[in-house]
Each structure stands twice: as C-alpha cells, then as structure tokens.
Ligand binder design. Structure first.
Ligand SMILES: [Zn+2]
Length: 393
C-alpha cells in the first residue's frame, strides 16, 4: 500500500485500545484448507528476495517461476511488470492484481569519512531505522551495512538536551569503510538501492511476520489463485490476466502502465490494509479492522459498486468473513490505476489486514491469506462476460 502524499490528519488523542484478542476468528470452511508445503516454500523464497521499487526483477523471476505451470502465457512489460495469462485470446479480459515492489532507500551522498546518507524510495519508515542491518545492492553485488546511531551514553549532552529523533537527514549507513574510496571500492554508488535484511518468520497462533508482506503477500495470493484454478481445472469464459505490477509504492505507476497495455474489462486488486486494533491507532479515523477476521472490502468512488456487490454476495455464499472500510478520493492502491487509467474499468479492492505496515515486522494471520485466496477464486468463478456491471440497468 502506498503512503498517501497528502499530509494525514493528526489524531487528536490516541484512542485507548483494548488489548487485541489473541484469538482470531474461528476456523471456517476455507481456512481449514491450510497452506501446503509447496506454497510455503514459494512464500519464503519470494518474501526473502529483495524487490526494491524500480528494481523488482529478482522477485519477479521467483514469482514467474512459480506461476508459470499454472498459466498459458507469461508476459512482461518494459519496466518489469509480470503477467501470467490464463485462457488467452478472449474478447473479455479480467485482471487480478498485486504489486511486486517493496519500499527501500537510495544511496544519496557518501561522506569523506565513508558514511552514507540516503534518500527514500517509497514510504520507508525513518523511525525504525536506527540499528537496523541493511543490504546495499551495489554494482559488485550485495554489501552489508548498518544504520548507525549515537549510543545512549553519548547522545545526551546535558540533562535538558532533547534526544535526537531519527530523520532522513540525520540517518547514515556504516559499511565498515573508513573513507569514500573504500565505499566505492565495494561497488556502492549514488543511486544504489538499500533494503532491510529481515526476512519471513512465524509467530504463535498462526501469525506470520516479514519485511514487505506489503505487497508480496498479494503476489503470493494471486499466484495461489492461479494454482487453484489450474488444479480444479476451471474453464473460465474470459481471459484472466494475473498481474504482478511494479512501482506501486511511489505512486501506483506499474499498474497504470500495464492497465493501458491490457485494457481489462474488470480488475480485482489485492493489497494490504491496516489492522487498527493495536495501540496508538485512532479507529475514529482508520476504522475497525483486525487480523484474523477475514479480508477487507472497501467502498470508494474508484471501487465499482456493482462489482463490489458481486464480491460481497460471493463472500456470503462461500461463508468467507469480510470486514468493511470506507476510503475516499484515493484508495492508496493500484485499484485507482485500473479504475482510471483507460476509459473506466470496473475495479474492486480486496485487502488483507496487516499490523505494523512499512516496518520490518509486518504481521498478518494465515487464515486471512487463505480466505482472501478463497474469495478471489470464488469471485472469478462467479464472474462472466455477461455479468451486468451497468449502473443504469
Ligand atoms: Zn506499502
């Protein structure tokens, strides 16, 4: 999910949030299915492959390798968006989509003492940076580094001196080099991208954590959707384009490009949304969404009401729990790109609840992954070229 450019309203007062229940919603029909070993192996490999905005090709290769057996054709575009096409050549075209890129940093300035200052590449969080380990993707391969930060002993000059707050302009990387030449000899250059090191891990009660679940969990879910359609030998009455788009985090750009190329008739987009049950989030502003209670559907002008009603009906029929959000002029997701890129493409957003977005410990619940896939599969089965999406009939 892209960070809105607009300055967000400050919550007046942090709402006192009750301790979020550890117990997720009980297992329903879909979540009993589980995620098998083959899928988990792919999820781990995909999540642990860095795919910084603008440099997504490593992750895309992992994704293409996995989805290839479930598709009839693979297509890529000039900036690296990958598309798996099922039942190609039909006049009616449906897209299911996720974004492949992850937030990262750019090397911006190397000091004479060999320290590195950065620029953001997407909405990467400066507050969590100090003491994080990073990977710098340089010309000679990956170089390890750390975000340095003054020790607790040294950063308080006098008793009344305020502690420094991490900001882009006071955060630096240390790679062990002691001058600019040593940095450059490692293959590090201005414009090299930097990602955090942390990968995927599992917590108790079916929770998982990872860097960049936003939105590689989306890439995982659309690939698993394609796999289920293949394994169930579903014959679709339209061409399905399974799209893993680049460059979402800097303004929904990859989706904009590929929407124009495909010109779909319908787009079903999946991304992450905020679990709002942890402290310091104001439900008055962010709404009420919890991990483990199913995918989230949203109302927004870009979301097509009749398509949304179809998804809601499918969810009810399949007994898939859903949670509701209201979004306004921007959904902050590729839904906007698909809705508005051409001459109006009915689009809908199915989001998976996530805690701690844009940190290295993005956290989600397995049952939501399974239910989101189930909702996409069932919706694709329900949709036909004859589905009436007119607002006036
Ligand atoms: Zn995001």
């Amino acid at each position: 999910m892209a960070k809105s450019k607009k300055k967000e309203e400050k919550p007046e007062k942090a709402e006192k949030v009750k301790k979020a229940s550890q117990k997720a919603a009980g297992p329903d029909k879909a979540s009993k299915a589980g995620i098998d070993d083959k899928a988990m192996k792919f999820m781990r490999e995909y999540l642990n492959t860095a795919s910084p905005v603008g440099f997504e090709n490593s992750g895309q290769k992992v994704w293409i390798d996995y989805i290839k057996p479930f598709a009839d054709e693979i297509m890529t575009d000039p900036y690296g968006t990958a598309v798996a096409i099922i039942n190609p050549g039909q006049p009616f075209k449906v897209v299911i989509e996720a974004h492949a890129d992850e937030i990262s940093w750019f090397v911006n300035y190397i000091t004479d003492l060999g320290l590195i200052y950065l620029k953001r590449n997407g909405g990467v969080d400066h507050q969590i940076a100090p003491s994080k380990r990073v990977l710098i993707h340089g010309k000679k391969g990956i170089v390890k580094g750390v975000f340095g930060w003054p020790a607790i002993h040294t950063r308080m000059g006098t008793a009344d001196q305020k502690e420094p707050i991490p900001k882009v302009d006071n955060l630096w990387l240390d790679v062990g080099a002691r001058n600019k030449k040593e940095v450059e000899e490692l293959g590090i250059h201005i414009g090299a991208v930097v990602t955090y090191e942390e990968g995927i891990d599992e917590l108790a009660y079916d929770f998982m954590i990872a860097r960049a679940f936003d939105n590689r969990i989306g890439g995982f879910m659309i690939a698993e959707t394609a796999r289920q359609l293949k394994e169930e030998k579903v014959k679709l009455p339209y061409s399905l384009y399974v799209v893993n788009a680049v460059q979402e985090e800097i303004g929904l750009r990859g989706a904009e490009m590929i929407a124009r190329r495909i010109k779909p008739d319908v787009a079903i987009v999946t991304d992450v949304t905020h679990d709002t049950t942890t402290p310091l989030i104001n439900k008055n502003i962010e709404g009420d969404i919890a991990c483990g209670k199913g995918p989230s559907l949203a109302y927004a002008p870009a979301v097509h009401n009749k398509l949304l009603a179809l998804i809601e009906k499918v969810a009810a029929e399949e007994k898939i729990p859903v949670q509701w959000r209201a979004l306004s002029r921007s959904t902050g997701t590729d839904t906007d790109s698909f809705a508005y890129a051409n001459d109006g493409c009915p689009s809908v957003l199915i989001s998976i609840p996530l805690r701690y977005m844009h940190t290295t410990v993005e956290m989600l619940h397995k049952s939501d992954i399974i239910n989101t896939i189930a909702l996409m599969v069932a919706s694709l089965k329900a949709l036909t070229p004859e589905t009436n999406l007119s607002y006036f009939e």
